[in-house]
Design a protein around this ligand. Sequence first.
Ligand code: B12
Length: 332
Amino acid sequence: MDQQLIETVTRLVIEKLKAAEDGQTPPAAGSKPKQETRKYGSVKVWNHVVEEQKPTAERTTAPREAAGAQAAPVSKPAAQPVKGETEGKKSGIAKPKNKEQLATLMKQTPARIGTGRAGLRPKTDAWLTFRFDHAAAVDAVYGTVDEEVLKRMNLFSVTTQVDNKEEYILRPDLGRRLSEKSKQILRERCKSKPKVQIVVSDGLSSQAVEANAEDTYLALVQSLKTLGIETGTPFFVERGRVAVMDDIGEVLEPDVVVLLIGERPGLVSAESLSAYLCYKPRRGTVEADRMVISNIHAGGIPPVEAGAYLGSVIQKILKYEASGVSLVQKEQ
Ligand code: B12
């Protein structure tokens, strides 16, 4: 499909939805947005097709400025509505064979079931909602985390070997490696060999970090403090993948790494955060030794609850000196 056309249609749809919400007249069809990035409630439209190719030179602590036209708006986006929770869940099927059964099924899942059809196609409502959620997902992947959020959390930034979002998507292997400059920064700025190293990364959803990382992080820190577990110097990894924790393990040699990272957006929520944990992650760590607490967001595990729970999981990891499948085996 033509990327440009998709962008144009998405913009028009969102402008119409927003205008309907505000009771305004939408801008004329084809009129260009003033900026590359515009916000419509929970959706920002990112012109990712024209993302600036950045030089491959190493970046240090302020990599996001280079995003230029792609820079994220500074205000925190409104919380993403969680489907099935905030929506009326009206069935789109005119004459269901079993109305009660359909209503029961629809109540049990936020998935798009019972939306009905118009001939062979989805109904307009279902189609527009899909486009809206898809736009939110694109924003989550292509967006960058608001500097203010990182400042509030007192996190400095380092980068992986990825230079831009397109490369991030095409080369997961580079997202699993810290740049040489970043390794040097970590050696200079972080406590070496801490019990627990907390790391935050945008991963596949910058909005997950903006919406949920702060509460999760604060609850986690509080929980570890209460348990008397020492933590290292926290930081943010831009465009990271889960296995970047192995490089972090090599450089700082913590006992446990806990990585709060944005999950791949689905059509239910684009701001879901995961916490991946590993005991002594190092190059060559097998995936089976990692653990995950996923779906941390308003409609899933509440961030504060997740943070508190993570503390007890870490305590167990330290006790058994193992994580993932190895932990399960040692516990038996
Ligand atoms: C994409 C994905 C996968 C992909 C990962 C491939 C890839 N390179 O991206 C594939 C299909 C391989 C996969 C496999 C599995 N997955 Co999966 N996966 C997801 C998904 C949809 C998104 C994860 C994400 O965005 N991660 C963030 C990005 C930045 O990570 P990344 O570095 O690109 O990729 C790494 C992670 O995705 C990680 N990962 C993916 N799944 C899992 C599961 C576990 C238990 C662990 C420790 C790590 C892990 O492995 C990738 C390589 O390092 C989540 C759903 C969700 N809500 O999070 C489920 C999810 C995390 N997966 C899940 C499960 C159960 C599995 C499997 C155990 C399934 C199985 N029975 O084989 C395996 C385990 C894989 C592993 N690494 O150990 C569950 C975990 C439930 C839980 N709380 O323990 C989730 C939450 C889905 C669900 N709702 O059930 N998964």
